[in-house]
Design a protein around this ligand. Structure first.
Ligand code: C2E
Ligand code: CA
Ligand code: CA
Ligand code: CA
Length: 277
């Protein structure tokens, strides 16, 4: 039995090592990605549930590695989040989104509200509010046009620091949303004291419409209404889902039914030019 155990261990080790090396390889490559110009933001439209008109966009990070090709964020964000790399990456995202908003404005499109994703570690970065201030000042983008998306878990893990940091940003006029709402077990009492403007209903509930997602979505919408929060349904793929959320009083919709995330130039051509924004 002993030998068997040892054999199993030796058979397993190389694979474990390989996986670790692959992770380290990705981390190192990611560390160089910003300077190498391999990162880009793609923009996914958010529309008004009643009129279908463009209301803003969510910026989603894309990494094109010369050998690996397109690496999905679900693969590299968690690796970046293991260390300080996420701070650098997150700052690049904020700066790039604002640079793009300024460029669209300069091209005559007006200001398009852009939401960026913040990870847990970033909300604990005490230099974040000053960094965002600096970016807004240098790009001349109005604070109300920049929205920050944080997950419920961000606020539950390190409540005091995260909440005070986010409150400082919101006091400057930025919009704050809770991403993937409904998955993090926030209590109502807790939600009520958060400095937020908007909830984004988790895609899993949206895609369970028609069906068991309806009751959950209705409960979230009723609660949001009571607290004066706006709601975005994300991951809307069907007209039945669109109709359900519109009729239930949800203000904003996002999903493949309206459009996928597009590179900035394509987003401008399909959404800003076409919709006269
Ligand atoms: P998320 O913030 O919940 O973003 C929504 C994800 O759902 C995006 O995937 C988007 O492309 C996808 N999606 C949008 N509409 C639909 C739909 O109708 N159907 C389906 N099936 N999917 C839809 P993506 O771009 O692969 O991003 C995955 C996750 O990676 C994001 O989830 C977010 O957590 C993270 N992420 C992306 N960009 C950033 C970033 O700049 N910073 C950080 N910290 N995280 C990011
Ligand atoms: Ca998001
Ligand atoms: Ca989400
Ligand atoms: Ca998510």
């Amino acid at each position: 039995a002993k030998r068997e155990g040892r054999n199993r261990a030796t058979a397993f080790e190389p694979r474990l090592r390989e996986a670790q090396l692959a992770r380290i390889g990705i981390r190192d490559a990611l560390g160089l990605a910003i300077a190498a110009g391999q990162l880009a933001l793609h923009y996914q439209p958010q529309v008004c549930a009643r009129t279908g008109r463009l209301q803003g966009a969510e910026a989603l990070l894309r990494w094109t590695h010369p050998d690996l090709g397109t690496v999905p964020p679900s693969m590299f964000i968690p690796i970046a989040e293991e260390g300080r790399l996420i701070i650098e990456l997150g700052r690049w995202v904020v700066a790039e989104a604002c640079r793009q908003m300024a460029a669209w404005h300069a091209a005559g499109h007006g200001y398009v509200r852009v939401a960026v994703n913040l990870s847990v570690r970033q909300t604990r970065d005490e230099a974040l509010p000053a960094f965002i201030d600096h970016v807004l000042r240098t790009t001349a983008v109005p604070a109300r046009c920049l929205e920050l998306e944080v997950t419920e878990s961000v606020l539950m893990e390190d409540t005091d620091l995260a909440v005070s940091q986010l409150a400082r940003l919101r006091a400057r006029g930025l919009q704050l949303s809770i991403d993937d709402f409904g998955t993090g077990y926030s209590s109502m009492a807790y939600l009520r004291r958060l400095p937020i403007d908007k909830l984004k209903i988790d895609m899993a509930f949206v895609q369970a419409v028609p069906g068991e997602g309806e009751a959950i979505a209705s409960a979230i919408l009723a609660m949001a209404d009571a607290f004066g929060l706006q709601v975005v349904a994300e991951g809307v793929e069907t007209t039945a889902q669109r109709d359900f959320f519109r009729d239930a009083g949800c203000q904003h919709l996002q999903g493949y039914l309206f459009g996928r995330a597009l590179p900035a130039t394509e987003f401008a051509a399909s959404w800003l030019v076409a919709h006269g924004t």
